[in-house]
Design a protein around this ligand. Structure first.
Ligand SMILES: Nc1ncnc2c1ncn2[C@@H]1O[C@H](COP(=O)(O)OP(=O)(O)OP(=O)(O)O)[C@@H](O)[C@H]1O
Ligand SMILES: [Mg+2]
Length: 240
């Protein structure tokens, strides 16, 4: 049954969210907008929306196949959008790291690309006004964002997502360095993976050239941002 796009309800830093004619579903459209440093640095990258959506849809399809509960329903009304289950967003960004880089290196001064034993997981509180600060497990529970049991579940799911996404990008000759995911609650209380999983939310290094194939190209002014996103999407399409 086709889902019809309704009115725009949110234009975020990178994505547009639309209502649909099904009250349980939303249409999530990846735009070409890019931002870094909590929105301080902004630009528009040709082809990014379609590339991100191609990659995100393929990853969510894989997660669903593995039995990991997500919001993914199916294709949207254009190549940059997907239909998702409407959830109550949990105000956390859950970060999984295979190697230390970015804010972790900045915070702790360890060598760049220091490998972790397994997946290192940390949380930030999703609040643009507070600058998405790190939040501890105790504060997540104390602040009522999640119960202790739900937090354990999210950690378990994040670890499964980590290895699934690592394997996904490895098939595209990319090494997953780290990633961010978001979770939401369905009306029945079920916690699911929401939002997007794309080069905007993952760090991926080309296994042959060592070049970044993600938003670091924009953050660090490395150039060829659009080319990297489009190239990765091409590899994903070849794979499926
Ligand atoms: N299945 C879902 N149900 C409800 N909300 C969702 C779902 N998937 C994603 N979202 C929300 O949709 C928005 C997508 O917009 P975008 O990614 O541009 O936001 P952002 O820049 O990351 O953050 P902000 O919300 O501050 O704009 C996010 O707020 C995200 O939490
Ligand atoms: Mg987002």
């Amino acid at each position: 049954m086709a889902v019809k796009r309704g009115k725009l309800i949110h234009a975020g830093k990178a994505n547009n969210v639309y209502e649909t004619d099904n009250p349980n579903y939303l249409e999530l459209e990846a735009s070409n907008r890019i931002s870094a440093g909590n929105g301080e640095k902004r630009d528009v990258i040709e082809g990014k929306g379609v590339a991100n959506n191609t990659i995100s849809k393929a990853i969510f399809t894989k997660l669903e196949k593995l039995g990991i509960p997500t919001h993914y329903v199916g294709e949207g009304s254009n190549d940059a959008s997907k239909i998702v289950k409407k959830a109550d967003a949990i105000l956390l960004e859950v970060i999984g790291r295979f190697k230390a880089t970015g804010s972790y290196v900045k915070a702790y001064g360890v060598p760049n690309m220091m490998p972790f034993d397994g997946v290192y997981i940390e949380y930030t509180y999703k609040s643009d006004s507070a600058g998405d600060p790190r939040i501890t497990a105790d504060a997540i529970v104390a602040n009522g964002l999640l119960s202790r049991r739900e937090l354990g579940y999210i950690e378990y799911i994040t670890e499964r997502v980590a290895y699934a996404v690592k394997d996904f990008f490895a098939k595209c000759n990319g090494e997953l360095i780290d990633f961010k995911i978001e979770f939401g609650r369905l009306p029945n209380g079920q916690i699911i993976v929401i939002d997007e999983i794309s080069p905007d939310t993952c760090r991926i290094i080309d296994m042959t050239t060592g070049q970044s194939l993600d938003k670091d190209r924009f953050r660090k002014d490395l150039g060829a941002v659009s080319e990297a996103y489009v190239e990765l999407a091409k590899r994903v399409e070849k794979m499926s």
